[in-house]
Design a protein around this ligand. Structure first.
Ligand SMILES: NC(=O)c1ccc[n+]([C@@H]2O[C@H](COP(=O)([O-])OP(=O)(O)OC[C@H]3O[C@@H](n4cnc5c(N)ncnc54)[C@H](O)[C@@H]3O)[C@@H](O)[C@H]2O)c1
Length: 327
């Protein structure tokens, strides 16, 4: 397991409980020290006991050399540099799983594209993408959770499904990598907007409209990029969107609430240790949509709010005053 944040820790616990020997690579030395000394990741998941089957390390070689399955759960903006460091320790026999949700900003690229561009210099990796409605805390508590593993290679998806599924974690397979990745990434942008609505003190009508019209624009983008419409109606699309736009545990939504209350983005981010992927992903999504000639009005307005060029109230007024059209 590469990445010992909230999600990496929860997945390690699930896999260890299922009988897997997990070596967990952490970026921070204090995470390794905390797990070794107290069997707890006090930085990212305090209060959750981690079994002895999880071995923490700060050395990538130790985590990777004997691994059959390499699961990566780093934030999207460090996916490329971490894969570059991992590269000498990887082998074509390994199966890779990415559980990161987000887009690389520069180009913009999905995580599977980033991973293939790095690992592809040595070999073509067998790769699956894990996504769907899954708050790490609830997975760690053993709440029943259903997610998706997508791979262009159905056999790879089936292997991952078999290795990860447990009585509390149910995996469905998909071959629509584009749809699953874009669903899991762009829902975080809409989640910030859902928080803005709450922060402004508005009611349920705008939230329902936001989720529905948000899904419509995510689906337009995914289809333009080669994804399938039905994927976005599933766990990695609508499922994750509903979770993140309504759930109290969503960080992206929490950022939106603060924006809605009038706080400025740098101030909000200054008080957060954890990542809110939607912030990086918003600009990347606007760029991807423009590359494909796709209209994404909510994402566009969210981007302007994050850049500080428009207030949340103005953004909503402009959305409501757009040219009237057929649904
Ligand atoms: N938390 C969830 O419930 C959840 C659920 C599904 C998917 N995800 C996705 O999983 C990914 C990781 O999220 P998280 O919630 O575990 O993150 P987190 O905010 O809990 O932890 C941040 C992680 O980033 C690492 N990190 C920070 N700076 C780094 C650097 N410079 N180099 C390398 N690593 C660095 C930290 O070590 C830590 O592992 C994100 O893409 C997120 O969208 C999270």
């Amino acid at each position: 397991m590469i990445g010992a944040g909230t999600w990496g820790t929860a997945l390690s616990l699930t896999l260890a409980n299922r009988g897997h020997a997990v070596t967990l690579w952490a970026y921070e030395t204090e995470v390794v020290e905390s797990i070794l000394a107290r069997r707890e990741n006090e930085l990212f998941m305090p209060g959750v006991r981690l079994p002895a089957g999880i071995v923490p390390t700060n050395r990538l070689a130790e985590a990777l050399n004997a691994a059959d399955l390499v699961l990566t759960v780093m934030p999207s903006h460090v996916c490329r540099p971490i894969y570059e460091q991992m590269l000498p320790h990887l082998s074509p026999d390994q199966i890779f799983v990415s559980a990161t949700k987000g887009l690389e900003s520069e180009k913009p690229m999905r995580m599977s594209e980033v991973i293939r561009s790095v690992v592809g210099s040595r070999f073509a990796p067998r790769l699956g993408i894990l996504s769907g409605p899954s708050f790490a805390r609830e997975v760690a508590s053993g709440d029943p959770t259903a997610i998706v593993v997508a791979s262009e290679d159905h056999e790879t998806a089936c292997i991952i499904q078999g290795e990860f599924s447990s009585p509390t974690l149910r995996l469905y397979t998909s071959t629509d990598v584009v749809g699953v990745e874009l669903g899991g990434s762009v829902k975080n942008v809409i989640a910030i907007a859902a928080g803005v609505i709450q922060g402004l003190g508005l009611g349920h009508n705008p939230t329902a409209a936001l989720i529905t019209r948000g899904l419509a624009e995510i689906t337009r983008l995914a289809c333009a990029c080669g994804g399938r419409r039905e994927t976005l109606a599933g766990l990695a699309g609508m499922g994750d969107l509903v979770l993140t736009c309504t759930g109290e545990l969503s960080r992206n939504r929490s950022v939106g609430i603060e924006l809605g209350r009038g706080r400025k983005l740098p101030d909000i981010l200054g008080s957060m240790r954890m990542v809110a992927e939607g912030i990086h992903t918003t600009g990347a999504t606007v760029a991807l949509a423009s590359e494909h000639g796709i209209e994404m009005p909510i994402t566009g307005q969210m981007n302007r709010i994050l850049q500080g060029v428009i207030s949340p109230r103005e953004a909503i007024r402009e959305l409501m005053e757009r040219t009237l059209k057929e649904e």
